[in-house]
Write a protein that binds this ligand. Sequence first.
Ligand SMILES: [Zn+2]
Length: 151
Amino acid sequence: MVKNRIPTAGTQDLLSNGVKTIDARFEVRKSKPGTGLGLFAISDIQKGEFILEYTGRKIPTAVADTMNKARYLFEIDGNWTIDGSIRSNTARYINHSCDPNTEAEIDDGHIMITAVRAIKKGEELTIDYDTEYFDEFIRPVGCKCESCVSA
Ligand SMILES: [Zn+2]
């Protein structure tokens, strides 16, 4: 966990209340062994449905590139990156899958996560992390996603 390694000026939480609220459609609970917590659907979700926004502190991408072993960085573009390590960012609980059921889209500087297929109640929400993350954190321990484990 990276802490206090970036200037704090101008990097206050974007969330106004600091309260962790989980959408009524999801819950955070223990996932498969080796993957920690995960985000699970507690109701059916339609293909194309908006799930949630990946939130956090907006930091310059140039600064983010110098942060070693920082797990929750999500690049918006060459200028800005979201550091989603704050607890209120529920989207950070979405685990990686090589055959994911959600995807992220950048919309006007916001990272919006939507369902790429219908998701059944009880299913874990997954997303395909970028190659850089995969090579740094997942490849060394082996991918534990559904499609890799059953392969
Ligand atoms: Zn995999």
